[in-house]
Design a protein around this ligand. Structure first.
Ligand code: FAD
Length: 679
């Protein structure tokens, strides 16, 4: 092959679906030298995944573009259940309604919009943060990947992964589609193992890290010899997007509909008056070789899907006037045996887990994978953290993938089985159980209850030094008595507080953005009426001013003070009873030009126009004890400590396990730019 170019990059992302896009979003935000390639010539305009779960919207908010999701998507608020009535011959009846998102889990509720739009928001975000330097390179196909295993994980200056890519011509990069009338997802993957006919230019890319987000048929995964294990049957899903003409009354709600004899259907109300119908069509045995045993998907047409829908919806009828997209989507429930190789190449998204579209998880969990992974890589290539933190990627995300498959298997079985109908002898699905699984599943599906195990990045252990700390498990939740509603290992929920300096009400999550920093939330308690809390504040302020502390130790000399570990103070006294100049200067920091940061001190107090957030109550923090909450750059609560010297020591020990002291000259690294000013 004629090699046209040879280049180096810190991180190469192979595959630009939702998972690849999310990785790039982190890299752009943290200023990592990264590239992202995709073998397809154009982005997805219609079809594929459509649901955005609560946690995903929280993540978008932390990157600054949830407002676009809220404006442009359809908000899905109610689920209706339909099933055969007493007299099954009269067709289906509504049997219940529940809120679509479990109440109280998040400030954001599920929204629906097509995948291409979501990817577009992320690309806009890269453009902004990378000064237009990070662009999606397409059509570019990876064809060869080799890891130099002689280079140890600790060597972050070398480029041990060599990837050969082909810059394709547009006409080489269009997948062959079945059916011509409507845009559809019935296509054969082209290339796959490296398109032998590709005649584009060849480039050799040397990378420190590779993120393989190249989908269910992942070429990276197969190249690494990693297999998928799980269910051996594939389900076929008929999916149809269009504008309905129907007398079915709940068409603008999410509906799970079981018919007596014709199977079941899920209705998803979409943006622009569109709806999506999901029908589970049939099961196929998984062929030992992929060419046989599969049904001919090209036989599945919009007409076939609609015909099924009408049988299930009886006595109601449905037609589509404007069909936008359809597919027959064939998928098994499987998880990859490994999520990484040599600590250098990481797999994420559909490349590591496949499952039914039933709970709207594909896009969400795929983005959540790289949301977990990419900040860790960013910290390593910036020389801030030790590569050992990367071990937590597989341990954290594989558990989620397995949970997802288990949940999906349960739900799919209940959804696809025949309902237990009076008068019909065959054992059927207990619809009451279906409702229960569905409701519980919604909590899981929201993504807000993801709970990472203890690791170097999550400290759930007891510390015997202090009496206040005791670990207890309740429903597998680990909390500290100092913050009883803040499960360690889960994302810290938001609460409204007011800015001390100007009285503005803000959500705490909106001052803990995804910008790459660790955060220590210092809940100082009622400092006005409690002398010992006030004393601790003064002491903690002195500690932060001293030259050797857990903030300064890990912050490069070239960076500003709180750019690696940020400290925010939230007190529980009356805001107006506290004087600005009485707060220790560590919480009123000035930059090298003397400009003060007015956004480090908050009060859990009432606001003029938006009431009281009752943050301490929401978090289960006693105003006469307070607490130190250590929060990861991805918003997960890592540790809770008391307000005393032991608490400070314990945080020091925590960071010492994986952060790299920055006393040494940083000549080999560009200055850390985890902090970046918005343009
Ligand atoms: P993908 O979105 O699959 O992205 C992988 C990317 O990698 C692709 O753009 C591909 O071109 C690229 N790529 C592959 N190999 C290479 C290579 N060698 N070099 C360079 N690039 C490469 N989910 C739902 O929730 N509801 C649905 O109705 C639904 N329908 C679907 C229909 C279809 C036809 C498909 C394929 C998926 C559907 N999904 C659906 C699943 C959902 O789209 C995925 O879960 C989600 O896109 C996973 O994101 P990902 O980033 O992991 O992978």
């Amino acid at each position: 092959t004629h090699i046209v170019k040879e280049s180096k990059v810190d991180v190469l992302i192979i595959g630009a679906g939702p998972a690849g896009h999310m990785a790039a979003t982190w890299f752009a935000r943290t200023g990592v030298n990264a590239r992202i390639i995709d073998k397809r010539s154009a982005s997805q305009f219609v079809g594929q995944a459509d649901g955005l779960q609560s946690r995903t919207l929280e993540i978008f908010q932390s990157f600054g573009f949830a407002d676009r999701a809220i404006k442009e998507s359809n908000h899905m608020l109610e689920i209706c259940f339909w099933q055969p009535g007493e007299d099954a011959s009269k067709g289906i009846e509504r049997s219940g309604r529940i809120p679509d998102s479990t109440i109280g889990l998040s400030r954001f509720q599920q929204a629906v919009i097509h995948q291409g739009r979501v990817e577009g928001w992320m690309r806009d975000s890269w453009r902004k943060w990378s000064d237009n330097s990070l662009v999606l390179e397409r059509p570019v196909q990876a064809t060869e990947l080799v890891i130099d295993t002689s280079i140890p994980a600790s060597d972050i200056e070398s480029y041990p992964v060599t990837v050969t890519v082909e810059h394709l011509k547009d006409e080489q990069a269009v997948a062959e589609q079945f059916g011509s009338k409507v845009s559809n997802g019935l296509f054969r993957q082209f290339g796959g193992d490296g398109d032998k006919n590709a005649k584009g230019e060849t480039e050799i890319i040397h990378a420190k890290y590779v993120v393989g987000t190249d989908g269910a048929h992942s070429w990276v995964r197969r190249n690494l010899g990693i297999s998928m294990v799980g269910e051996s049957t594939d389900y076929i899903w008929g999916v149809l997007d269009g504008i309905p003409v129907t007398d079915f009354p709940d068409i603008r709600c999410r509906c799970a509909i079981h018919s007596a004899e014709h199977g079941s259907i899920m209705v998803i109300p979409r943006e622009h008056n569109m709806i999506r119908l999901y029908i589970q069509l049939q099961k196929t045995p998984q062929a030992s070789d992929s060419s046989s045993g599969r049904i001919d998907r090209s036989k599945i047409t919009p007409e076939l899907i609609l015909e099924n829908a009408n049988k299930i919806l009886f006595p109601y009828t449905i037609d589509m006037v404007d069909i936008k997209w359809f597919t027959a989507y064939q998928i098994g429930q499987r998880v990859a045996t490994e999520f990484q190789k040599n600590g250098r190449v990481f797999l994420a998204g559909d490349a590591t887990h496949t499952h039914s579209p039933k709970a709207g998880q594909g896009m969400n969990i795929s983005m959540a994978d790289t949301y977990n992974l990419a900040w860790k890589i960013a910290h390593i290539v910036k020389g801030v953290a030790d590569p050992a933190i990367l071990d937590t990627y597989e341990s954290e995300r594989k558990t989620i993938a397995q949970n997802l498959i288990d949940f999906d298997a349960k739900l799919s079985k209940l959804f696809s089985g025949r309902p237990a109908v009076p008068g019909i002898e065959t054992p059927g699905v207990d619809l009451a159980e279906f409702h229960k699984v569905f409701e519980k599943g919604n909590e899981f599906a929201s993504g807000t209850t993801v709970d990472y195990d203890g690791s170097i990045l999550i400290d759930k252990a007891t510390n015997e030094l202090t009496e206040t700390k005791r670990r207890y498990d309740e429903d597998n939740i680990t909390t500290n008595p100092l913050a009883t509603n803040c499960p360690i290992g889960r994302r810290l929920d938001t609460a409204q507080v007011v800015v001390q300096s100007d009285s503005k009400p803000v959500e705490l999550a909106d001052v803990c953005l995804s910008d790459g920093r660790w955060r220590v939330l210092y809940f100082a308690g009622d400092i006005k009426s409690n002398a010992s809390l006030k004393n601790f504040m003064v002491k903690f302020g002195e500690y932060l001013e001293a030259s050797d502390n857990f903030v300064k130790k890990y912050t490069p000399a070239t960076a500003s003070l709180y750019s690696v570990i940020d400290i925010l103070l939230v007190h529980a006294s009356s805001r107006t009873a506290c004087e600005w100049n009485d707060f220790p200067s560590a919480f009123r920091p000035r930059d090298h030009k003397g400009r003060m940061d007015y956004l480090k001190i908050y009060a859990d107090d009432t606001s003029y126009h938006q009431g009281h957030g009752h943050a301490y109550k929401k978090y289960g923090i006693d105003t006469s004890f307070g607490a130190l909450l250590v929060v990861r750059p991805d918003g997960y609560l890592a540790k809770v400590e008391p307000l005393n010297q032991d608490g400070i020591n314990s945080i020091e020990e925590f960071f010492a396990k994986f952060m790299i002291p920055q006393k040494v000259s940083l000549s080999n690294h560009e200055p850390i730019i985890l902090e970046r000013e918005e343009k």
